[in-house]
Design a protein around this ligand. Structure first.
Ligand code: RFL
Ligand code: PHB
Length: 390
């Protein structure tokens, strides 16, 4: 088998890159370890920056996003019995975010790929990437018990945090930076109308809580939990009780309860691997960096990586220039580190840390009070939340 770009992973990064390449006439094959249904079953991100929405338009997959996505002009920070609205639209000269689930993004991209007749090999086992330091990289894998080889010009490692691409790079050519947080998020998805029209991020004595949504009839809620909590110990009733206790009274009163259709605990981590290019292997998305979800940046960073990577590959094939390829890692990382900073800062400001002293708690509240009382500070939050320019 041969293709121009071998893409490892059919998450949002791999599918978006594949769709853009296919539309530009650049041949690509995606290899995915799981089944398509399994990938679609993961409930993850819900907030898209304008830059990501624009890329979905460019990829020709924005019809449902435009019809069903909810445009949000602001969100609320709740703390110490108060609420402060970050007016995204007003503070950024008209920018907004769009609430549209990662599951839907993935579904739209999978459907478009199928329509275009581009190849995705699901349930590909034992995927290995080789020869990327020379001119003839290849990917080997096992399909239905049969060993296969895919020769290619480039390999795009879009295989997420636990993927094999990053792990295939010699240890002395990669540097990793990491912070693991001493808590996780317990998330519930339920077919009930959202408690508030806009997202509410709450800093409470009992821990962080977030009210989010997928549509006017589907809510997504999270509460901070310690890492030894087990999802089996959280009945829906226990979850809603805990959520309500952490929210401002009027929001708590507006929470409509209903059976959860998904419930899971996600650990929180900040992580960056540098660089993102190793000869003819590129890393993109969660394969090269992780942010805690508090800033709603993970999926959006995957999209900005693909912006730079797609432009670089298109330049290589259509303009015979390697400038984009040579600049990819530096360009992507400078945006990534700023999103890492924002996500770390939002996480630090909004969660209860087990080791937190009374002084540190006061510092959190002072920080929130400052954001709420300063247009400059609110503007900084808003411009990061809507997404820094590509
Ligand atoms: P993915 O989605 O992990 O996809 C990687 C794919 O690669 C496959 N794979 C392999 N395939 C072949 N061979 C191998 N050896 C392979 N190893 C792995 C995997 O099966 C998978 O299909 O990475 P990608 O595409 O880079 O996308 C990244 C996003 O999924 C992620 O950043 C976001 O979900 C993060 N995130 C959020 N991001 C936002 O921008 N806004 C949000 O509101 C937001 N909320 C969240 C989140 C992530 C969460 N969790 C559970 C981690 C909320 C949560 C709870
Ligand atoms: C979500 O809806 O899943 C969501 C929204 C905002 C975040 C994180 C997750 O910051």
């Amino acid at each position: 088998m041969r293709t121009q770009v071998a893409i490892i992973g059919a998450g949002p990064s791999g599918l978006l890159l594949g769709q853009l390449l296919t539309r530009a006439g650049i041949d690509n094959i995606i290899l995915e370890r799981k089944s398509g249904d399994y990938v679609l079953g993961r409930i993850r991100a819900g907030v898209l920056e304008q830059g990501m929405v624009d890329m979905m338009v460019e990829a020709g997959v924005s019809e449902r996003l435009k019809a069903e996505g909810l445009v949000h002009d602001g969100f609320a920070l709740a703390f110490n019995g108060r609420r402060h609205r970050i007016d995204l639209h007003g503070l950024t000269g008209g920018k907004t975010v769009t609430v549209y689930g990662q599951t839907e993004v993935t579904r739209d991209l999978m459907d478009a790929r199928a329509d275009a007749g581009a190849v995705t090999i699901y349930e590909a086992d034992d995927v290995r990437v080789e020869g990327f330091d020379g001119d003839h990289p290849k990917v080997t894998f096992v399909q239905n018990g049969i060993a296969q080889t895919l020769d290619c010009d480039f390999i795009a490692g879009c295989d997420g945090f636990h993927g094999i691409c990053r792990q295939s790079v010699p240890q002395n050519s990669i540097t990793e930076f990491e912070r693991v947080y001493p808590f996780g998020w317990l998330g519930v998805l339920a077919d009930v109308p959202p408690a508030a029209h806009e997202l509410v991020y709450a800093n409470d004595q009992r821990g962080f809580a977030l009210c989010s949504m997928r549509s006017s009839t589907r809510s997504r809620y999270y509460v901070q939990v310690s890492l030894d909590e087990r999802v089996e110990d959280w009945s829906d009733d226990r979850f809603y009780d805990e959520l309500r206790r952490r929210l401002p009274q009027d929001v708590a009163d507006a929470v409509v309860t209903g059976p959860s259709i998904e419930k899971s605990i996600a650990p929180l981590r900040s992580f960056v691997a540098e660089p993102m290019r190793f000869g003819r292997l590129f890393l993109a998305g969660d394969a090269s960096h992780i942010v805690p979800p508090t800033g709603a940046k993970g999926l959006n960073l995957a999209a900005s990586d693909i912006r730079y990577l797609f432009d670089a590959l298109r330049e290589h094939y259509t303009e015979k220039s390697n400038a984009g390829i040579d600049g990819y890692s530096h360009k992507a990382l400078s945006r990534i580190w700023k999103a890492e900073r924002f996500s770390w800062w939002m996480t630090s400001m909004l969660h209860r840390f087990p080791s937190q002293s009374p002084f540190e708690q006061r510092m959190q509240l002072a920080e929130l009070d400052y954001v709420a009382s300063s247009v400059a500070a609110s503007t900084s939050v808003a411009e990061n939340y809507v997404g820094l320019p590509y």
